[in-house]
Write a protein that binds this ligand. Structure first.
Ligand code: URA
Length: 192
């Protein structure tokens, strides 16, 4: 099987595993699992925290207000189209009331994320928000300290930025920092 076909197949298998997953309580209250979507050959993977209400309804990541801000940032900078990126979350089922996922939920769901990353093998991962940044970098500092640089030094690069919901709350100054983190992640992903 050609490599990209087997990758697409593997990504579908991971999505089926997520749909059948009963490892934590989040499966009980979710409407739909949200495994993530996009290009299984993506050079850039974006990782958020967990699905919100819109994502839970549609089974797709970042389709609500946060997703609109993410779309604006992607479109404004134009290095990559959304369809060329793979977008997912640390936890694949909506935490009730959009609370932060609990450490156990993150731990149970991490295997799914690692399986996705090992299949796609991106050059860069952009972590949006401290849940994603801390889960993938293993560092516990605040986002203000973690953002704006490569936290791994290895392939894949790990870049942290603010979560779009924080950008929506704080306005232009934070959105500008998110844009510059996105440009950094794209330039590493595209090898510039
Ligand atoms: N917030 C996230 O972290 N992920 C989504 O998919 C939507 C909102």
């Amino acid at each position: 099987m050609p490599d990209d076909l087997s990758k697409a197949h593997r990504i579908e298998q991971i999505a089926s595993t997520i749909a059948a997953c009963r490892s934590c309580q989040l499966c009980e209250s979710r409407k739909n699992p949200v495994p993530g979507d996009g290009d299984c050959n993506a050079k850039l993977v974006i990782v958020g925290e967990g699905p919100g209400a819109w994502e839970d309804e549609q089974g797709k990541p970042f389709v609500g207000r946060s997703g609109k801000l993410l779309d604006q940032i992607i479109e404004k900078h134009g290095e990559l189209k959304r369809s060329e990126i793979f977008i997912t979350n640390v936890v694949k089922c909506r935490p009730p009331g959009n609370r932060t996922p609990l450490p156990d939920e993150i731990k149970m769901c991490k295997d799914h994320l690692v399986a996705q990353l090992n299949t796609i093998r991106p050059r860069a991962i952009l972590c949006m928000g401290s849940t994603a940044a801390q889960t993938l970098s293993g560092q516990t500092a605040s986002l203000t300290r973690l953002r704006g640089r490569n936290l791994s030094g290895l392939n894949p690069a790990i870049i942290a930025t603010f979560h779009p919901s924080y950008g929506l709350r704080m306005g232009e100054s934070v959105v500008k920092l998110m844009e510059s983190d996105f440009v950094l992640a794209c330039s590493i992903a595209l090898g510039a």
